[in-house]
Ligand binder design. Structure first.
Ligand code: G6P
Length: 605
């Protein structure tokens, strides 16, 4: 949430700043801004909306400074406007910020009473004013930032510039990610190391309380006590392939079609039996209960995996929404508990708060993370990289598939280790997982049918997604995807729950996507679908051949997925739903990669 970037070089940095912001735009795109130091004075340029609007201003106004900071905003305090855009300024100082200053109201009153002219509605603006006040008291920029850090409550990453020190960028990390790096052309700060691609080959991951002083050719990091420290170095991949659309119209589509490759990579990395259980912080035989914690799409991956762990491995598994779990009173941890925290970004504030809580309780923690340099990857007892590659579209697709595939393999692995399964069942699940690259490719073949269905959604005001068993979380994910990208009100329901309330929503023509695949629950799902079809619902079945044949008499449309082992049906069923969400958004003329109000990395609670 919010991306921050800074650069200091031997030539004007404005274009580098804008390019850095483009790579951070997934973190928020309500407004963007830069501040540079030119002829000894600060200059600020901002624009409401996407980074592209700022790029236009930069191209016409040519800010000339060799040092600057930049920001792309996801609004928390104050609506998107130029006034609320970062950088925020006080005399001599400019600041960009990611996170939330929780005590900003008290600080704002105190600063205003002291005559400071705060202009925005943001929590951020207190930071430059505090720095300016501390400097007026005779402090260096570094000491002023330190004192400010002690005054602020909340979680944040900050980059700052001061006219008095026109060759130095300052970066402070307290709870939100920040990396610093030196390359051949200069020094940099960024919320995410991927934003530095092409500029440096490695970056330093700041830790909480660190203050970085970045010069053109030199970087000094000091911890909260002021001691100079060496922090972990991470490799920065070269190139711009993650920004390249690869011939697709949007990142979301590119990422949907990248899924067979992701599945193949996961097979290469975690294929066979016993590989993934090596990542566990406890021996499989000792696990008595698994708690999975996540947000959004990652939560739905956990919800599918719950069924896998219970049915295959015979282990009780619970799923928890991180924002709820972090504040819920809990009984003491029991021996044999394993917590799995699932997060594409590894920076989701609520998920990280749960991690902290679990660690304090002594529960072993495993992170499933796509961003390997993230806080969750670093702080969980152990972590499994998801290997989905950079996901640029805000609506998660390939990271979700990667989560499902890794969780499926983990369930099979644990089941095998605990000998809770007949070997032939383990083998058929494994065979199905080995086949996933081909199965996914086959499932993506019916794009034109999905496109035709999406057309029928163009003017829909709402849609229902229904399923049973392991497909139920996929119905929830399908509904989430559709609402995220197309803004159609969509809800997922357990088919058996329809008559306990949701059926009242059904009227003539209500679009319903019914997930129905061969298996024990097919007849039960079929009965529920018939009940809503009888009340006028316009049913589209997403399923394998058996599922579709069984509902042909009531369905107006069908999207076929390949016949596959029941165990992997949830993974395969989500693919047409991703395409449906994509095409529905495109047909409604919406910005499918940057849906309104959303951000990819949710670093505030
Ligand atoms: C945001 C994103 C979702 C994502 C969720 C959890 O809402 O838009 O795509 O599923 O955060 O993020 P995480 O990085 O923890 O998986």
């Amino acid at each position: 949430m919010c991306g921050i970037f800074g650069a200091v070089a031997g030539a004007p940095v404005a274009d580098t700043l804008v390019e850095g912001l483009r790579r951070l735009e997934y973190r928020g795109y309500d407004s963007a801004g830069v501040a540079t130091i030119e002829s000894g004075g600060l200059r600020r340029l901002c624009a409401v909306g996407r980074v592209g609007s700022l790029a236009e201003r930069v191209a016409t106004e040519h800010p000339a400074g060799n040092i600057g900071i930049a920001h792309t905003r996801w609004a928390t305090h104050g609506k998107p406007s130029e006034r609320n855009s970062h950088p925020h300024m006080a005399p001599g100082v400019a600041v960009v910020h990611n996170g939330i200053v929780e005590n900003h109201r008290a600080l704002r009153s105190e600063l205003s009473a002291a005559g400071c002219a705060l202009r925005s509605d943001t929590d951020t603006e207190v930071i430059p004013w505090l720095v300016a006040r501390n400097m007026a008291a005779g402090n260096s920029v570094e000491d002023a930032l330190r004192t400010t850090d002690r005054t602020l409550e909340g979680s944040y990453a900050v980059a700052a510039l001061h006219e008095r020190d026109p060759d130095t960028l300052y970066g402070l990390r307290r709870g939100s990610p920040l990396v610093a790096a030196i390359g051949p052309q200069g020094g940099y700060l960024a919320s995410d190391a991927n934003a530095l691609a092409g500029l440096v080959t490695q970056a330093v991951c700041l830790e909480d309380g660190d203050l970085a002083e970045v010069h053109r050719d030199r970087l000094v990091v000091r911890d909260a006590e002021g001691a100079t420290v060496d922090r972990r170095l991470i490799a920065v991949e070269h190139g711009t392939s993650s920004l390249d659309l690869g011939g697709h119209a949007h990142y979301m589509l590119k990422e949907i079609y990248d899924q067979p490759r992701v599945a193949a990579l996961i097979n290469d990395c975690y294929g066979g039996i016993g590989v993934l259980s090596n990542f566990l912080p406890v021996a499989p035989a000792h696990i008595r209960r698994i708690t999975m914690i996540a947000c959004g799409t990652s939560f739905y991956a956990a919800s599918v995996a719950k069924r896998w762990f219970e049915s295959l491995a015979g282990i009780r598994a619970d799923v928890e929404i991180a924002s709820e779990y972090r504040y819920r009173p809990l009984p003491p941890a029991e021996p044999g508990e394993l917590a799995i925290l699932i997060s594409q970004s590894g920076e989701t504030a609520d998920t990280l708060a749960c991690l902290k809580r679990l660690k304090e309780a002594g529960t072993p923690t495993l992170g499933l993370v796509n961003v390997v340099h993230s806080t969750l990857a670093r702080e969980a007892d152990s972590f499994v990289p998801l290997h989905a590659g950079v996901e640029n579209g805000v609506a998660s697709t390939k990271a979700f598939i990667a989560q499902l595939l890794v969780l499926a393999r983990l369930a099979v692995d644990i089941a095998d280790r605990r000998r809770g399964l007949r070997q032939d069942h383990v083998l058929s699940c494994l065979r199905a997982l080995e086949q996933m690259p081909n199965t996914i490719t086959a499932a993506l073949h019916n794009e034109s049918a999905v496109q035709a269905l999406a057309e029928t959604f163009r003017d829909a005001r709402s849609a229902l997604f229904v399923a049973r068993g392991p497909l139920f979380p996929i119905a929830l994910e399908g509904a989430l995807k559709l609402k995220e990208t197309s803004y159609i009100h969509a809800e997922g329901f357990a088919a058996g729950e329809l008559k306990h309330g949701p059926i009242a929503l059904v009227e003539d023509g209500t679009p319903v996507v019914a997930l129905a695949c061969s298996g024990d629950l097919l007849d039960k799902t079929g009965s529920n679908i018939r009940e809503i079809a009888a009340r006028g619902a316009r049913i589209t079945v997403v399923g394998d051949r058996g599922g579709i044949l069984s509902l042909m008499d009531v369905a107006v449309g069908a999207l076929t997925i390949p016949n596959c082992e029941e165990f992997v049906q949830p993974i395969v069923s989500v693919l047409p739903l991703q395409l449906l969400a994509y095409h529905a958004a495109v047909q409604r003329g919406l910005d499918v990669d940057r849906p309104r109000n959303l951000a990819k990395s949710v670093t505030v609670e």
